[in-house]
Write a protein that binds this ligand. Structure first.
Ligand SMILES: Cc1cc2nc3c(=O)[nH]c(=O)nc-3n(C[C@H](O)[C@H](O)[C@H](O)COP(=O)(O)OP(=O)(O)OC[C@H]3O[C@@H](n4cnc5c(N)ncnc54)[C@H](O)[C@@H]3O)c2cc1C
Length: 393
């Protein structure tokens, strides 16, 4: 790597990290540090609980990257000034992007280092599902709902129950929650909302914990003040770590002022902002609004598309998710043409945001318009009365 380019260290090759790689590999010498040797398209992981071999369609091995990066396998422990320390060594950088994401319970999200071992883990999970006749899912967010639907739609005779301390998809629009609940009822999933009772784990053959993301401690310059209680990194409006101007942050681990919902899409969008700022150090852009968009799989070729407060369900969202999976994985694999399709896809999302905002505005203005008309009618009536009275005189 002896050339005039600066060294960019990317820590974590997930959605945010891979987006930064695809957009900056021509300008920087890139070193990727990841505890795993592969990228995994997590949003479709439950398909691998039923068909483990499909993991190979959802992954790419960093050592085969076509972006000319240097891949080092290791787990980041801390960063001091411009040196990142990992279990086994240290790396000096000119710029760094921390994109280490979040953790989820095994086997849903895994930090198993080798892809072949991840495949074995998924095969074992499939076996456990096959052998269990009663399965409990704890948590009624997107992950819990997807998992319950995936299992029940594939194994109709099994008892699948889901308990949640609030409502199903409580953070999503009501229409999405209603659609998901109807689908779950149709599939025969037993749902218990607002569950405050004792643990039911011992009543079931298999239990999946789907209570949400967690974060690991990584130390930066011995300054713990930059952590929020959840251990995410606080960033400024340019997505820079507040105490180190050479270090950017994006994705699940990043706590920005928008406090956006943590999704693969928001990780990619933040990755794009970081990539732009790395390439234009004298023309930094501020983090822009990231729309809240999500596709929730409901098993059996059905899904719900959520865009801010707008939702629709059925076969089309299922196809959209499949299309996104193919585009994203092939873009990150460096397959020719897919980066352009991926970019167009992201522009379409922003175009939808503009349309959505126009509709919201019209909705807000419409009652105002009728109020003005009503006021005008009253005024007109008053003037007519005055004219009538004047005539009488
Ligand atoms: C089951 C499930 C389903 C989901 N479905 C959807 C969906 O349908 N749509 C959607 O938009 N979002 C979905 N999400 C959320 C989405 O997957 C995350 O928001 C997204 O993966 C975040 O991307 P990221 O780049 O921040 O981190 P990640 O994708 O988590 O990648 C982080 C990378 O950093 C590496 N890493 C972690 N710690 C270290 C360390 N200390 N040192 C070195 N490397 C490290 C990891 O190995 C990993 O490769 C889902 C999440 C789950 C768990």
């Amino acid at each position: 790597m002896k050339n005039s380019k600066k060294t960019l260290l990317i820590i974590g090759g997930g959605f945010a990290g891979m987006t930064i790689i695809t957009q900056t590999y021509k300008q920087f010498n890139i070193i990727l540090l990841d505890q795993k040797s592969y990228f995994e398209f997590i949003p479709s992981i439950f398909n691998c609980f039923i068909h483990p071999e499909s993991i190979f369609d959802l992954t790419l091995q960093f050592k085969n990257s076509k972006f000319g990066i240097l891949f080092i396998q290791g787990k980041l422990t801390h960063i001091e000034n411009n040196i990142a320390f990992y279990e086994g060594g240290k790396i000096e950088f000119d710029y760094c992007a921390i994109t280490i994401g979040s953790n989820y319970t095994h086997p849903i999200k895994s930090n198993i280092p080798k892809l072949s071992d991840r495949f074995i883990e998924l095969k074992k999970t499939q076996q456990k599902i096959i052998e269990s006749s009663t399965i409990l899912i704890i948590g009624g967010g997107t992950v819990g709902v997807e998992l319950a639907c995936e299992i029940k739609s594939s194994y109709k005779s099994k008892t699948v129950a889901l308990i949640t301390k609030s409502k199903i998809l409580s953070t999503m629009p009501k229409s999405a929650s209603d659609y998901a609940k109807k689908r779950m009822n149709d599939l025969g999933i037993e749902i218990q909302e607002n569950y405050k009772g004792h643990s039911l784990n011992s009543n079931f053959d298999l239990v999946f914990n789907c209570k949400g993301n967690s974060y690991e401690s990584v130390r930066l310059d011995d300054n713990f003040e930059m952590f929020d209680p959840q251990k995410q990194f606080l960033v400024d409006e340019y997505l820079k770590i507040r105490t180190n101007p050479k270090v950017y942050c994006a994705g699940d681990i990043c706590l920005s002022s928008q406090n956006e919902t943590k999704t693969a899409f928001s990780a990619e969008m933040q990755g794009e902002i970081v990539a732009y700022n790395l390439k234009h150090p004298n023309k930094l852009i501020k983090s822009y609004w990231i729309p809240n968009t999500y596709i929730i799989s409901l098993g059996g070729w059905k899904a719900i598309f959520v865009f801010e407060t707008f939702t629709f369900g059925g076969f089309l969202p299922y196809l959209m998710k499949l299309f996104i999976e193919i585009v994203v994985v092939n873009d990150f694999r460096g397959v020719f043409g897919f980066n352009t399709i991926h970019q167009i896809m992201n522009y379409i999302v922003y175009f939808m945001l503009y349309i959505y905002m126009i509709f919201q505005l019209l909705y807000a203005i419409a009652p105002l318009g009728s109020k003005i008309k009503q006021d005008q009618r009253i005024e007109l009536k008053r003037i007519q009365q005055e004219i009538e009275e004047f005539k009488k005189q």
